[in-house]
Write a protein that binds this ligand. Structure first.
Ligand code: PHE
Ligand code: NA
Length: 460
């Protein structure tokens, strides 16, 4: 069809397949890899969980990513318009664009609090470099973290800095902004990660970490663990947020969507496993708890960095890595929204980026206050399921457990059942039995799996 066979007019295209892979990997690699994956693996018993997670990436994550990139490239507009155009071409209801609306709204909300956490990473770069962890104990390091969370002004400062970094890149557009940022940040991120893994091998507990991550103990696996693995597969690949549609809208037609999506998923997985290999040796060497939960990175690790030789150097490298990972993800969360504002208004790229980023920054203040002044405000506290949840918790909960799976489910059903098979075959360009495998996964397996997690999360 004409829209996907030609160039991309004034919108521009990624200059290479690699540029797209770096940008998509930049989105995928984030706090989910460096912060969440290690601790959920720790909480769910290690190797067996990792195995299930890999399976979820393969049968749920990769097929949905292909579907999202397909819609973006086929529609060549912002995610909502792209969805509508693809639906019209296939004589389906334009109402399917609800998937992109939900996804973009989720991206906007997620960025508002992701930026606050990105701000923590920025602040920890400063602490690590200043040697603030050196010789610290659980109390002093806990106090450091508590001090940050308890201070609305400090949080606001770091949140503002992080959002400004994101807006700066996005306002410069595809080539001068996004592409330039990821070609510097992604290689830097890999080098930093390898340095920290290298450091971890000197702790004397590397082997323990390897066996923790790779020796499956199926006894430690629970039904809950399987569902966590599925949900995380979604989050870690940045699916259900219209991101891959926005990035796909700039993808050249000569690029094989199937192979490219697989590359991105592999890179994301490699980073998650490397992050595990960077973190667990340090955890074990210091007798820390592997299942320490969300505090693992901001409370547990600084303890270790403070006690180890060269700890402030490697602590600084680690938090710079975390900041870069969060930055490229933040960029990807703003891009779909900016693409939309830019196409719907006359503000231009910079104006759209400042408007969308500014609105998102303002919403972020709600999350900041939830951590201190409003920490007792629990708007849905009258329902048992939401007891004790602050506004920040609720934003996280509704986006991760409802909006993302809903958007992903609609995308899978739409692409699997309402788009002409020939159009998919041509665009995905999967060889051998690859296409039928993907087609069966996206029609049957993916929607059922997402539906199961969705329902489970609603009832849990
Ligand atoms: N995929 C990112 C991660 O693993 C998380 C993310 C979600 C990034 C949404 C961007 C958008 O951390
Ligand atoms: Na990820």
């Amino acid at each position: 069809n004409s829209a996907s066979s030609g160039g991309n007019g004034a919108r521009g295209l990624w200059s290479s397949r690699l540029a797209f892979i770096l940008a998509a990997t930049g989105s995928a690699v984030g706090l989910g890899n460096v912060w969440k994956f290690p601790y959920v693996t720790g909480e769910n018993g290690g190797g067996a969980f990792v195995l299930v997670y890999l399976l979820c990436i393969a049968i749920i994550g990769i097929p949905i990513m292909m579907a999202e990139v397909f819609i973006g490239r086929n529609g060549r507009h912002n995610p909502i318009t792209s969805f509508r155009l693809v639906a019209e071409r296939n004589l389906a209801s334009p109402g399917w664009r609800l998937s992109a609306i939900v996804g973009m709204l989720a991206a906007f909300i997620i960025l508002s609090f992701y930026s606050v956490i990105g701000g923590w990473a920025a602040s920890y770069v400063g602490h690590a470099a200043a040697g603030d962890f050196t010789g610290g104990d659980a109390d002093s390091i806990g106090a450091l973290f508590g001090g940050l969370l308890g201070s609305p002004l400090q949080l606001l400062g770091w949140h503002t800095l992080f959002m400004a970094l994101v807006v700066l890149v996005v306002s410069r557009g595809l080539k001068g902004g996004l592409e330039r940022a990821v070609t510097i940040l992604m290689p830097a991120l890999f080098i930093l990660l390898l340095l920290v893994v290298g450091y971890a091998t000197t702790t004397g507990h590397f082997g323990e970490a390897v066996s923790f991550l790779f020796n499956p103990d199926f006894g430690a696996l629970t039904v809950n663990g399987v569902l966590v693995a599925l949900g995380h597969a979604f989050f870690t690949l940045s699916l259900g947020m219209a991101i891959m549609m926005a990035y796909g809208s700039y993808l050249g037609t000569d690029v094989n969507i199937g192979r490219t999506a697989i590359s991105v998923a592999i890179m994301d997985t490699v980073v998650a496993l490397l992050a595990g290999l960077a973190i667990f040796p340090v955890v074990f060497a210091n007798g820390l708890e592997a299942g320490a939960g969300p505090g693992l990175i901001f409370q547990t690790l600084p303890l270790a960095f403070g006690a180890m030789p060269m700890g402030s150097v490697f602590g600084t490298l680690f938090f710079v890595l975390l900041l870069f990972a969060a930055w490229t993800s933040g960029i990807s969360l703003l891009e779909p929204v900016v693409e939309w504002v830019e196409e719907k208004t006359t503000l231009g790229r910079t104006g759209s980026a400042v408007l969308a980023g500014g609105a998102c920054w303002a919403l972020g203040i709600v999350s900041i206050l939830s951590l201190n002044v409003w920490s007792d405000v629990t708007p849905l506290g009258m329902f048992a399921a939401f007891e004790g949840k602050t506004i920040f918790d609720l934003l996280d909960y509704f986006t991760a457990n409802i909006m993302l799976p809903l958007s992903g489910l609609l995308t899978a059903v739409f692409v699997g059942w309402f788009v002409a098979k020939e159009s998919l075959q041509g665009d995905l360009d999967l060889r051998g039995g690859g296409f039928s495998l993907w087609y069966n996964l996206i029609r049957f397996v993916t929607p059922v799996a997402v539906l199961i997690v969705f329902i489970y999360n609603l009832t849990a």
